[in-house]
Design a protein. Structure first.
Length: 327
């Protein structure tokens, strides 16, 4: 099992968080905040993406959990929702005060989570119970639990129209396609091996799924209920995220410390960018100009300019950052 998360791509949303200096300074007006979950020390670091500096650490004192994974926040950036795998819960944290609030029981060994494009619902992947738990963001309340056909769902990501939810089932080497209106899994699609992060293309029923044992991504056509292509990227891919226009897919290669950039028109890797050690889960800013990558073994977040496809900064964070999310 990897240390990580996810983010939703289509509207530039995606998952998770960092450690750092404690400060309650506010970001510049209109700035995106990046939330990084530090699995090793149970904290969330908040980065101002305008200055690329950590501006505060959650909670104000202590830790959120013994093994935190994905971290998401509501659109207003007033509350964070943190997956605590050891506590089998989704923990609600007040972003301003740093206080820990409700602990929502979601099931045994949750890991990845994603925010719906509408911002109304969080999907939490619950590995040991083989299900997805849906949570109402405004009420901080569990709505329902949907069983998966596959085993150990790690990432669960909404399609842009919120018709579908796809889960990557690492222990059965497939992905579930969940019909959200019907509230059930309607297809199980085999993949190359140990699927991880999922990147949906906006406006298309196509998802790119990182394959840790396959050394690349599998392209899944939801309408055909089939894997239609595999693209090699690097060693032990962990996550995938698409640009808002669907023209590029970024893949974190955890085994060789790089990010691969795929041109979706040609299905070719057009760039390979070195980052820190064991890159895991990623997030794009709303304008798509920067990519943030959690480096689990470097205890850092790498910042990539998506125009020049170059590394522009590495930000020191907490222990074992699992991933990054930007609301």
């Amino acid at each position: 099992m990897q240390l990580i998360d996810s983010r939703i791509l289509h509207h530039g949303i995606r998952c998770a968080a960092v450690l750092a200096v404690a400060s309650l300074a506010a970001p510049a007006f209109g700035a995106d905040l990046a939330y990084v979950g530090n699995q090793g020390d149970g904290t969330v670091s908040v980065i101002d993406t305008t200055t690329d500096a950590v501006i505060r650490t959650l909670p104000a004192h202590g830790k959120i959990g013994e093994k935190i994974q994905a971290v998401l926040t509501n659109r207003a950036q007033t509350r964070s929702f943190v997956v605590d795998a050891a506590g089998n819960s989704l923990v609600v944290v007040d972003d301003k005060s740093g206080r820990i609030g409700a602990r929502l029981h979601v099931g045994k060994a949750p890991e990845g989570a994603s925010l719906s494009p509408s911002g109304k619902t969080i999907a939490v992947c619950v590995e040991d119970d083989n299900l997805v738990t849906l949570v109402d963001v405004a009420r901080a309340k569990v709505l329902r639990k949907i069983p998966t056909q596959g085993k150990n769902p790690e990432h669960c990501v909404f399609s842009a129209d919120e018709r579908w939810l796809m889960t990557s089932d690492e222990n059965s080497n497939n992905v579930d396609v969940i019909d959200l209106a019907a509230g059930r899994s309607v297809a199980l699609v085999p993949t190359t091996g140990k699927p991880r992060g999922i990147a949906w293309l906006a406006g298309r029923p196509i998802a790119y799924v990182a394959q840790e044992n396959g050394g690349g991504v599998d392209v899944v056509d939801v309408e055909r209920r089939a894997m239609v292509q595999s693209i090699k990227t690097g060693l032990r891919p962990a996550d995938a995220i698409a640009s808002a226009d669907g023209a590029r897919v970024f893949v974190s290669n955890g085994g060789d410390g790089t990010i691969s950039v795929i041109d979706t028109a040609t299905q070719k890797v057009i760039a390979t960018i070195p980052v820190g050690k064991r890159p895991w889960n990623m997030a794009l800013t709303a304008d798509g100009k920067k990519l943030y990558v959690a480096n689990g073994r470097s205890h850092s977040v790498s910042v990539i300019d998506t125009g020049s496809l170059a590394l522009i900064k590495e930000i020191g964070v907490g222990e074992l950052p699992w991933g990054v999310s930007i609301p």
